[in-house]
Design a protein around this ligand. Structure first.
Ligand SMILES: *[C@@H]1O[C@H](CO)[C@@H](O)[C@H](O)[C@H]1NC(C)=O
Ligand SMILES: *[C@@H]1O[C@H](CO)[C@@H](O)[C@H](O)[C@H]1NC(C)=O
Ligand SMILES: *[C@@H]1O[C@H](CO)[C@@H](O)[C@H](O)[C@H]1NC(C)=O
Ligand SMILES: *[C@@H]1O[C@H](CO)[C@@H](O)[C@H](O)[C@H]1NC(C)=O
Ligand SMILES: *[C@@H]1O[C@H](CO)[C@@H](O)[C@H](O)[C@H]1NC(C)=O
Ligand SMILES: *[C@@H]1O[C@H](CO)[C@@H](O)[C@H](O)[C@H]1NC(C)=O
Ligand SMILES: *[C@@H]1O[C@H](CO)[C@@H](O)[C@H](O)[C@H]1NC(C)=O
Length: 315
């Protein structure tokens, strides 16, 4: 406590004395360097020496909209609530214990970077009501379960990065696909297979198509562990999805890539024909689309990955 108070006095002095400054050492007994401006502060070179964020007097804190503290903290900062107007928060590289994570007092967040913070779970965003959040970076962590229901309230989320986590399975993927502003999700995983991956039903895809029905909607999925076929209904159920909806779905996903190393499904003659038929109805320049290029099935020889949508793939 004593240390924190010292810090507070020191920083508020500093802050009132100048609008923007670089100081050589801003928090005593740490290697931290601070860059302060009227509306942001950046902590540099702390190298895991901070148990919490420094605090200013309340008027100053409320003017801060941007905090960058990379590789700085050794646990979740309880003082975060002093900065209730921040819009940009980058705590990447710090050690954060998800158990104490609390974002309920920073409801203005637009950008949140929790990359490389050793978290094991998706924070429960349902609790926080981050209605404005547009960018969420959870890459390079230890997350094994991607539970879409925890992200369901993030209606303004545009980019979700879950790259390089040892993901084992995804729950409620339809909630993620249905987020109204989401344009891209990076699921490039550090584990070799996503073991449990429930297919979405024909009805769920039809509902998604209904939500995606606007000319400019693109949804880009990047994955190396599961195939399109594993989240799509079996082709014998394709007739349950109206052709209009099918077009919307493939158009919206045209920028997605489904490369899989270990879980490419075998080619099936009847399925191939169904996939190729529905794909042939889509209007865009399909041969150039990443979806067309990367979605494959494996031929009976067990070696060749053939393009699922290419009518030349048959056997
Ligand atoms: C403070 O440091 C930053 C980056 O290290 C530099 O761009 C900026 O010009 C410096 N400002 C002052 C006032 O020295
Ligand atoms: C932070 O540390 C790096 C490497 O030790 C050094 O090059 C850089 O100048 C330091 N930054 C500041 C603001 O002192
Ligand atoms: C904060 O601002 C209010 C009104 O602008 C003022 O009355 C108050 O004294 C300020 N508090 C501090 C700690 O500067
Ligand atoms: C907060 O920002 C307002 C508007 O930019 C400014 O007038 C005020 O002086 C700032 N307060 C502090 C404590 O920096
Ligand atoms: C988050 O932080 C990491 C590491 O500091 C950085 O590489 C990444 O680009 C940041 N993410 C975003 C969305 O800016
Ligand atoms: C998409 O929107 C158009 C125009 O609003 C409508 O006529 C069409 O039925 C919709 N299609 C689907 C699959 O929702
Ligand atoms: C497709 O994805 C690439 C790479 O992520 C991106 O640069 C491009 O803007 C996307 N195109 C569309 C139409 O979304």
């Amino acid at each position: 406590m004593c240390k924190v108070r010292q810090l507070l006095i020191f920083l508020s002095c500093l802050f009132t004395s100048t609008n923007s400054t670089n100081v050589s050492s801003c928090i005593s007994n740490t290697p931290c360097k601070c860059l302060l401006t009227e509306d942001s502060f950046t902590l540099l070179n702390c190298s895991y020496s901070l148990p919490d964020l420094p605090i200013f007097n309340s008027n100053t804190s409320l003017n801060i909209t941007k905090i960058i503290a990379r590789h700085a903290l050794i646990r979740w900062p309880l003082h975060l609530c002093s900065y209730s107007n921040i819009e940009i928060l980058d705590l990447s590289g710090s050690y954060l214990d998800a158990q104490y994570m609390d974002l309920s007092c920073v409801s203005q967040l637009l950008f949140l970077n929790l990359s490389n913070t050793q978290i094991r779970k998706i924070p429960n965003f349902r609790r926080y009501g981050l209605k404005n959040l547009q960018t969420l970076d959870l890459s390079n962590n230890q997350i094994e379960v991607l539970d879409g229901s925890l992200l369901r309230s993030l209606n303004n989320l545009v980019t979700l990065n879950v790259e390089n986590n040892p993901l084992k399975y995804i729950d409620y993927f339809d909630y993620i696909l249905g987020l109204s502003s989401l344009e891209s999700i990076n699921l490039m995983s550090s584990s070799s297979t996503l073991t449990t991956k429930k297919q979405l039903s024909a009805i769920q895809w039809t509902n998604l198509a209904h939500k995606w029905n606007s000319s400019n909607k693109y949804f880009s999925i990047r994955t190396n562990t599961f195939s399109l076929q594993s989240i799509f209904p079996n082709p014998d159920q394709f007739q349950m999805i109206p052709l209009d909806s099918m077009k919307i779905i493939f158009q919206t996903l045209s920028n997605s890539t489904f490369t899989t190393l270990f879980s490419t499904p075998p080619c099936n003659c009847v399925h191939l024909r169904n996939y190729q038929r529905v794909f042939s109805f889509t209007y865009y320049n399909k041969n150039l689309s990443p979806l067309y290029q990367t979605t494959t099935c494996i031929l009976p020889n067990g070696i060749i990955h053939a393009r699922l949508f290419d009518y030349r793939t048959f056997f």
